[in-house]
Design a protein around this ligand. Structure first.
Ligand code: IPM
Ligand code: MN
Length: 374
């Protein structure tokens, strides 16, 4: 039964859907199918499709239409596939399609890019000897400043000189470190020792912007005596993530470093197809996987939709928490359980994770499993 609530608990949700380019529309569609199956007729999800990305730019000359921004602003949450295509460039050489995500982060102040690095049972890690339970941490990537802040700014002198400035602000560091510390409080600590820990990753030994990042992060962590504080320099962190991933719980870092390290982390949990994410601010939530558009496999029906499905489940949980709607939180949990069990059975494993499932097979396996879960 579709019930339109008149109470403070709205039971109708508007979702802005932006498929994007390459495999984007395929994985986004897959996630929506799973979301709809999990929610059924218990809630009304009004999905509105919007255009953005490289293809949109090629057709219209605009990568991120105003209408899409307005639609994202008025929606309860935004679900995205992926956008951008290698050859579709602005005159300055940067990719036009990525403007959507990059502008949206600023426009909606989506300051926390939360990227779980979790190895699921049934998926093998590129790291020798690491199994399920060994890798389970979250990279909290600052998403509105750092090196990305001066995008489109800086100095460009013809084809001879170009600069981009890495920007760190007190407000930006305080809120991202608080976010990380609160997240650590909600978790069970690092797999290796069960200790709740925030690892601050920076290059404070070389750059003053990072020295300030660490100083402010340290100050904020004094408010959390129950959480252990740990430090790693960016380059050393790349090694630690390979050698001792089980010692991490929550990792917090600057925007560009977080971009790099979250891809490295993804490689340790089965690849980019497993890398879910949520980009969250105080008001808005934007849900998309960490991966790109994989144009080489677009349209073949073989893309791994798991990352976007898990991001979609997260969207339901976030909406549920925001609106005091337990049904959505439970729907998110059911999607996670079904994803987990079909990865274990192998039915949800696409070719990139060593299986034979097509995108559609993977979705069907998860939906079938949902039907058997309470
Ligand atoms: C990511 C992507 C984006 C980034 C692109 C699409 C702008 O790589 O979300 O990690 O560089 O942040
Ligand atoms: Mn990235």
């Amino acid at each position: 039964m579709n019930v339109k609530s008149t109470s403070t608990n709205p039971q109708t949700y508007e979702l802005a859907i932006v498929g994007g380019d390459g495999i984007g529309p395929e994985v986004c569609g897959a996630a929506l199918q799973v979301i709809k199956a999990a929610v059924g007729s218990n809630r009304v999800l009004t999905c509105i499709d919007y255009e953005a990305g490289a293809d949109c730019y090629t057709r219209t000359g605009i990568a991120f239409p105003d209408e899409t921004l307005e639609g994202c602003k008025k929606a309860d949450a935004i679900l995205h596939g992926a956008a951008g295509l290698p050859g579709v460039l602005y005159p300055d050489g940067t990719e036009a399609g990525q403007d959507f995500t990059l502008q949206l982060r600023m426009a909606l102040d989506l300051y926390a890019n939360v990227r779980p690095i979790k190895l699921y049972d049934g998926v093998s890690s590129a790291l020798k000897g690491r199994g399920p339970g060994d890798i389970d941490y979250v990279i909290v990537r600052e998403n509105t400043e750092g090196l990305y802040a001066s995008r489109g700014g800086g100095v460009v002198l013809g084809d001879e000189v170009a600069t981009d400035i890495l920007m760190v602000t007190r407000k930006g560091v305080e809120r991202i470190v608080r976010f990380a510390a609160e997240l650590a409080r909600s978790r069970n600590g690092a797999p290796a020792d069960g200790v709740r820990r925030v690892t601050i990753v920076d290059k404070s030994n070389v750059l003053r912007s990072f020295a300030l990042f660490r100083k402010i992060a340290d100050r904020v962590m004094e408010e959390y005596p129950d959480i252990e504080v740990d430090y790693a320099l960016t380059d050393a962190m790349a090694v630690y993530m390979i050698e001792r991933p089980d010692t991490f719980d929550v990792v917090v870092t600057e925007n560009f470093v977080g971009d790099l390290l979250s891809d490295l982390g993804a490689a340790t949990i089965g690849g980019m197809g497993m890398a879910a994410a949520a980009e969250i601010g105080d008001r808005f939530g934007y849900f998309q996987a960490s991966h790109g558009t994989a144009p080489d496999i677009a349209g073949k029906g073989i893309a791994n939709p798991i990352a976007t499905i898990l991001s979609g489940a997260w969207m339901l949980e976030w909406l549920g928490q925001k609106n005091n709607d337990n049904f959505l939180i439970e729907a998110a949990n059911r999607i996670r359980r079904s994803t987990s069990s079909t990865l274990i059975s192998g039915d949800a494993l696409t070719t990139d994770t060593g299986g034979t499932a097509s995108t559609a097979d993977c979705v069907k396996a998860i939906i079938d499993s949902l039907a058997h879960d309470g």
